[in-house]
Design a protein around this ligand. Structure first.
Ligand code: NDP
Ligand code: GDR
Length: 373
C-alpha cells in the first residue's frame, strides 16, 4: 500500500521524469499524463515504466492534454490525487513567438483547467497543487538578484502565459483556501534536457562535432546570462513546497550566473577542446586552439566550430537572470548540490557516449545523420 498519490502533468518531460523517479522512491503511487503522439514519446520514463498487467502497479500513465478540460477532470476524478504537479507546458520561449495562441491555451488556460477541475470535483481541501512557474516572469529585470518580491516584466508569449498561470494559482489559493503554490524556477538542465534548449544544444552539438558527425554549432545570443541549476536537484524542491504547513511561492536558483559563451567554453573543455573567439556580434566565431585527450578525433587545430546565426535571436530577449534562493534555503532547508561544471561534465559524458555510438555506426558504413534545428 503506497502512502500518497501524485498526478504529474508533463511526466514525459525533463522535470516530470526526475520527479516521477523521486516520488516513486518516496513510496508514492505516481500517475502521469502523456500526450498521444504518432511515435512513442516516453523515452525519459521508459526505465520506470510498469506493465499495466502487473499487480500493484505504482506508476501509471494516462492519455491526456492540457487543452482538454473534460479529459483532465475525468483523470483527476479517477486518480483522486493528494498532490498535483503541473509541469506540462509548451516550454520553449522561442517557439512561443511562433505559436503564441497555442502557448497561451496550454500554459495559461491549461493551469486554470486543472485548478477548476480540482474545485469542481470538491477536492480543493484534499489536493495540493504545484505550478511550474518560471524566472522568465522577471524578463526585463527590475532588480538584481531576483527574489519572490521582484516585480514581473514578461518578454515573450510564453512568459505572459506563465504569468497568468502564476496569478490564477495565487487566486485559487486566496479564493478557495486551496493549498496551491508556485515554484519560480530558474533554468535547470540535465542530460534529459530537450535538445533545442541552449545547454543541451551545446553539449550535444559539440560532442557530435568532436566525433565528426557535424561541422559547426550555430547559436543566437551568446551574451545572454543565466542562472543554471540541475533538474534532479530542483524536483526535490517541488516536492518540498507541497509538504509545508502553509502554501507559499518560492524562488529556486543557484545564485550564480554564467553566459551562453561560457557554457560553450566549459562544454568544449569537458571534451578536451580549447576555444578562442574571433570577431564580434553576428561575426563572432569559435576556433579550436588546442585538443587534449582522445574525445575529439575528428578535429584539427584552427578549425571553426562555433558561429552565430541571427535566426536564433528572439524578437524580445531576456538578457540576464540571477536568482536569490535565500528564502527557499531558510524555509525549505533546500540548497542545490550540483555545480555548473559538474552538470556540464554529466551532460557532455552522456552526449559524447551517444556521438561515439553514431560514429561507430558511420565507420561501419551506416548512413548516420544527426538531427539539428
Ligand atoms: P519539457 O519541455 O521537457 O516538458 C514539457 C512536458 O509537457 C512534456 O512532457 C510535454 O509532453 C508536456 N506537454 C506539452 N504540451 C502539452 C499539452 N498540451 N498537454 C499535455 N502535456 C503537454 O519541460 P521541462 O521538464 O524542462 O519543464 C517542466 C515545466 O517547468 C514546464 O512547465 C516549464 O515551462 C517549466 N519550467 C522549466 C524550467 C527549466 O529550466 N527546465 C524553468 C522554469 C519553469 P511531450 O513529451 O509529449 O512533448
Ligand atoms: P530559456 O532557455 O529561454 O531561458 O527558457 P534556452 O535554453 O532556450 O535559452 C537560454 C538563452 O540562450 C540564448 N541562446 C539560445 N537559445 C536556444 N534555445 N538556442 C540557441 O541557439 C541559442 N543561442 C543563444 C537564448 O536567447 C536565451 O537567452 C528555459 C525554458 O526551459 C523555459 O521553459 C523556462 O521557463 C526558462 O528556461 C526558465
Amino acid at each position: 500500500m503506497r502512502n500518497k498519490t501524485a498526478l504529474i502533468t508533463g511526466v514525459t518531460g525533463q522535470d516530470g521524469s526526475y520527479l516521477a523517479e523521486f516520488l516513486l522512491k518516496k513510496g508514492y503511487e505516481v500517475h502521469g499524463i502523456k500526450r498521444r503522439a504518432s511515435l512513442f514519446n516516453t523515452e525519459r520514463v521508459d526505465h520506470i515504466y510498469e506493465d499495466p498487467h502487473t499487480k500493484n502497479q505504482h506508476f501509471k500513465l494516462h492519455y491526456g492534454d492540457l487543452s482538454d478540460s473534460s479529459n483532465l477532470t475525468r483523470i483527476i476524478s479517477e486518480v483522486q490525487p493528494d498532490e498535483v504537479y503541473n509541469l506540462a507546458a509548451q516550454s520553449h520561449v522561442a517557439v512561443s513567438f511562433e505559436a503564441p495562441e497555442y502557448t497561451a491555451d496550454v500554459d495559461a488556460l491549461g493551469t486554470l483547467r486543472l485548478l477548476e477541475a480540482i474545485r469542481f470535483l470538491g477536492l480543493e481541501k484534499k489536493t495540493r497543487f504545484y505550478q511550474a512557474s518560471t524566472s522568465e516572469l522577471y524578463g526585463l529585470v527590475q532588480e538584481i538578484p531576483q527574489k519572490e518580491t521582484t516585480p514581473f516584466y514578461p518578454r515573450s508569449p510564453y512568459a505572459v502565459a506563465k504569468m497568468y498561470a502564476y496569478w490564477i494559482t495565487v487566486n485559487y489559493r486566496e479564493s478557495y483556501g486551496m493549498y496551491a503554490c508556485n515554484g519560480i524556477l530558474f533554468n535547470h538542465e540535465s542530460p534529459r534536457r530537450g535538445e533545442t534548449f541552449v545547454t543541451r544544444k551545446i553539449t550535444r552539438g559539440l560532442s557530435n562535432i568532436a566525433q565528426g558527425l557535424d561541422e559547426c554549432l550555430y547559436l543566437g545570443n551568446m551574451d545572454a546570462l543565466r542562472d543554471w541549476g540541475h533538474a534532479r536537484d530542483y524536483v526535490e524542491m517541488q516536492w518540498l513546497m507541497l509538504q509545508q504547513e502553509q502554501p507559499e511561492d518560492f524562488v529556486i536558483a543557484t545564485g550564480v550566473q554564467y553566459s551562453v559563451r561560457q557554457f560553450v567554453e566549459f562544454s568544449a573543455k569537458a571534451l578536451g577542446i580549447t576555444l578562442k573567439w574571433e570577431g564580434e556580434g553576428v561575426d563572432e566565431c569559435g576556433y579550436v586552439v588546442a585538443i587534449e585527450g582522445d574525445n575529439a578525433p575528428a578535429l584539427k587545430v584552427g578549425q571553426k566550430i562555433v558561429a552565430v546565426d541571427p535566426r536564433y535571436f528572439r524578437p524580445a530577449e531576456v538578457e540576464t537572470l540571477l536568482g536569490d534562493p535565500s528564502n527557499a534555503k531558510a524555509k525549505l532547508g533546500w540548497e542545490p548540490t550540483t555545480s555548473l561544471q559538474e552538470m556540464v561534465s554529466e551532460m557532455v559524458e552522456y552526449d559524447l557516449a551517444k556521438a561515439k555510438q553514431h560514429a561507430l555506426l558511420k565507420a561501419h558504413g551506416y548512413d548516420v545523420k544527426v538531427a539539428r534545428e
